[in-house]
Design a protein around this ligand. Structure first.
Ligand SMILES: [Zn+2]
Length: 354
């Protein structure tokens, strides 16, 4: 057995039964899941409302599952997914927390690497999922289609212009199936679909479930991503609303992006969640990134924007963070640029960021 395999066995045995405290240390964003394994929380990677949970035996296995991102059978794969670490990175980090690294050379700080593609465990399931994604997309219609009224009414209800450019990546589905977190079919709803892409690949589809009158559907998570095929990683991707030139604007949410587009006329891509924002793959040719971040009570938005700005600068891309001015109203968790558009109008964008 080589040194790494040996170390791996030692660390695996040592961490069994202590995963919750190790995760508490290495992944504090899982705090709510750690406090009650089995309880659903928002996915730490793709966001949403309640797609993620740690397994009930998480103290022993360290594993968890997101309904969109897939299952992470043990704590190592969970950390690799959350942090973009390789297996040796995760092993070293866990060993360090447990105080197991005696070799000074092993005490190296863990560096974040590009995520590694995982091989599909179940190609049949994967094939079925890809077919479902394709079918849903083929069944969808342009947002300008007469049937797509729920999307237009929804955007208006959020204070946006109901008229959207006919981007190929935003579509309407008249009867989108909604399943709860246990996979039980709840019903069919009109939905706004958004294609999530990275490089030259479609990764998955984001859905906003609506009522026929254009309100958010009364379901647990009206915004939900479809699952991601095993051989693809959602991290790094975006919803591409238009082709960027030299400058690209980014936001977390779709509606926030539409607010930036309405106020500035600039090409703006929603990156779906704070975690996804912090690991966005900046397309070639972009020389300046304008990050229209959310102002959150938790600071998640600001942290993600700062991380992305650092990532951009490291690649020679100029980065500007545009954060809404506070204070955050007492009864809300955050302020975003859609709130700014609704409360102060488009001029506030120019005053803040140009
Ligand atoms: Zn997820």
């Amino acid at each position: 057995m080589n040194t790494q395999a040996l170390e791996s066995v030692v660390v695996r045995n040592a961490v069994r039964g202590s995963w919750l405290s190790v995760l508490d240390f290495l992944a504090p964003e899982l705090e709510r899941a750690i406090s009650k394994p089995g309880k659903h929380i928002a996915c730490p990677v793709h966001g949403g409302k309640d797609g993620f949970k740690l397994f009930r035996d998480a103290d022993i296995s360290g594993g968890g599952i997101c309904n969109s991102c897939g299952a992470k059978p043990d704590g190592f794969s969970l950390l690799m997914w959350l942090r973009g670490w390789s297996f040796p990175d995760a092993l070293t980090a866990v060993a360090n927390v447990l105080g197991l690294s005696t070799n000074a050379a092993d005490q190296k700080p863990v560096v974040i690497r590009k995520p590694v593609f995982t091989k599909s465990k179940s190609t049949t399931d994967d094939g079925r999922l890809k077919a479902i994604l394709r079918t849903v997309w083929l069944e969808s219609k342009s947002v300008h289609h007469p049937d797509a009224e729920p999307v237009r009414l929804y955007l208006q209800s959020r204070g946006l212009d109901g008229w959207l450019p006919n981007w190929p990546s935003i579509r309407f589905h008249s009867k989108m199936q909604y399943r709860n977190e246990d996979g039980k079919l709840i019903g069919h709803y009109p939905a706004m679909l958004a294609l999530i892409e990275k490089g030259n690949e479609a990764i998955t589809i984001h859905r906003t479930f609506l009522t026929p009158k254009g309100r958010k559907a009364l379901v647990d998570s009206p915004k939900k991503m479809m699952p991601t095929p095993y051989n693809k990683l959602v991290v790094g991707s975006a919803i591409r609303l238009g082709n960027p030139g030299r400058v690209l604007c980014v936001t977390e949410g779709i509606e926030t992006a539409l607010a930036v587009i309405e106020a500035t006329g600039m090409v703006t891509w929603p990156l779906i969640s704070a975690t996804m924002m912090s690991q966005f793959v900046i397309p070639a040719g972009v020389e300046k990134l304008m990050i229209w971040s959310d102002l959150d009570r938790s600071c998640a938005g600001s942290l993600a924007a700062t991380k992305l700005a650092e990532l951009a600068k490291a690649q020679g891309v100029e980065a500007v963070i545009c954060e809404p001015k506070g204070p955050i109203p007492v009864n809300s968790k955050s302020v975003d640029w859609l709130d700014v558009l609704n409360q102060q109008g488009p001029n506030a964008f120019v005053r803040s960021c140009f």
